[in-house]
Design a binder for this molecule. Structure first.
Ligand SMILES: [Zn+2]
Ligand SMILES: [Zn+2]
Length: 445
């Protein structure tokens, strides 16, 4: 399949740019009609219509779409077609976009109208499984579709689309043939894995997936909510309410997220005590990392100003870190080893300790945390601090090890959640993150 030169592929593709054919349903068709389709795959139109849409393209690539009268290949035809490893689409600015087998790409939704503004999350998403040409210039792509939550709900009624994000897609076993001209651009598809402490950071406004969907079996895996909070309600990445924020207990025997509304409150007083208990929650054992040799710093009176530090808008990084450091200082222990541990903690980079002392949180109200929250950054920071307390030097480039910025890792909840796509607009009201305990082990989360 790779023996064709790029020139040949280009030649083929440029000629076929004139064809546009949408194979899937119009966005305006109600999702509920899917299951009444006679086709085993509801997105396939029973008879192939002539399509003449010339949808507005993304700002980047304005491609020329001219209505044609294409007919998707049948499975039998497909087998006889010549195989390619990739195809190239040239846009109006003559910029060439390469799509390769194995890539995930945005595809123009069928029925998109001329001049209609299309948000990124309105595009269809497909994984490119094969590229073949029929005759000399009729290029088709075999795709495996990613479905939206709503689309899956149209088939599996119990599947709650409200618990899916706008940019979330469910990887289906639904294949189709799509004209190359309907392809927009190659995109990354991130994976959201429940309970994965190395979960890479997922920025908002990027596509991600956590479920797979078998159409004929009506089967969604993993079962939504199964590995999560005891209420069995799955994480709703776009739910803006602070109560729907989820807190993670990283201890070996827990490793679960719990809803802020489901976990008990942490009634123990003292910001220093809580910060240290968070810091000590190790992912590598059920034991606490001893700061003082006794697992828990002595109780102290809360210092003025320390509890109000969380959730304030500006200058949070250094100021709050400094508050916590002062709290640690004020512990009043006479224990020598405890003092030396405290001194070692104080000698560490302030922001590193600050990140390590964060609760592990995800949810739309934690805007900076993206879809995945701060889990891996906090886990890594805690490991670095724990190693440092055991005498290992903190690497100079420790910030690069977090996988996101300090801002992405420090929890600040927006009262209104992620209510818009815009970033950087003025101050938004914030609320304090709840001080919670793990329902399983009673540790601070
Ligand atoms: Zn819950
Ligand atoms: Zn726990």
């Amino acid at each position: 399949m790779q023996d064709k030169t790029e020139e040949e592929v280009k030649g083929v593709q440029v000629k076929s740019v004139a064809r546009v054919f949408g194979l899937r349903r119009s966005l305006s068709e109600p999702a509920r009609n899917f299951h009444s389709s006679t086709s085993p795959y509801p997105f396939c139109m029973p008879s192939r219509k002539r399509t003449t849409f010339t949808p507005r393209k993304s700002k980047k690539a304005k491609r020329k779409h001219v209505g044609g009268d294409p007919t998707a290949p049948t499975d039998e035809e497909w087998l006889k077609m010549t195989e390619f490893g990739s195809f190239i689409v040239r846009d109006e600015e003559q910029v060439e976009h390469t799509f390769k087998k194995g890539d995930t790409a945005t595809v123009l939704p069928h029925g998109a109208k001329v001049g209609e503004a299309l948000d990124l999350y309105d595009y269809w998403i497909a994984k490119i499984r094969g590229v073949r040409v029929r005759g000399t210039d009729d290029v088709w792509v075999r795709v495996q579709w990613y479905w939206s939550g709503e689309e899956v709900h149209g088939v599996v009624n119990a599947f709650d689309a409200n618990k899916c994000g706008r940019y979330e897609r469910i990887f289906s076993d639904h294949f189709d043939y799509v004209s190359t001209t309907a392809f927009d651009e190659v995109i990354p598809m991130r994976r959201l894995i429940e309970g994965e402490i190395e979960q890479p950071f997922i920025p908002r406004n990027t596509f991600y997936t956590r479920y797979t969907f078998e159409y004929l079996a009506r089967n969604v895996q993993p079962k939504p909510g199964i590995d999560s909070c005891m209420c069995n309600t799955p994480y709703a990445p776009d739910d803006p309410s602070p109560a729907s924020v989820m807190h993670f207990c990283p201890r070996l025997s827990c490793r679960r997220f719990f809803h802020a509304s489901c976990a008990p409150r942490d009634r123990r007083v003292g910001a220093a005590s809580r910060a240290n208990r968070l810091l000590m929650a190790s992912t590598d054992s059920d034991e606490a990392v001893a700061l003082s040799g006794q697992g828990e710093p002595p109780k102290k009176k809360p210092k003025l100003g320390s509890s109000g530090g969380r959730g304030r808008g500006r200058g949070r990084g250094r100021g709050r870190g400094a508050d916590m450091q002062r709290d640690l200082d004020g512990n009043g222990s006479n224990d020598d080893s405890h003092d030396s541990q405290e001194l070692r903690l104080k000698a560490l980079p302030e922001d590193l300790v600050l990140v390590a002392q964060q609760p592990i949180v995800r949810g739309a109200a934690f805007v900076a945390g993206g879809v995945s929250g701060n889990i891996s950054a906090v886990v890594r920071a805690r490991r670095l601090v724990s190693a440092a307390l055991a005498g290992v030097e903190v690497p100079a480039k420790w910030k690069d090890l977090l996988g996101c910025t300090i801002e992405n890792a420090v929890v600040e909840l927006n009262e209104l959640g992620d209510s818009s796509d815009e970033e950087g607009e003025g101050e938004r009201p914030t609320v304090n993150v709840r001080k919670l305990l793990c329902p399983h082990c009673g540790g601070a989360i």
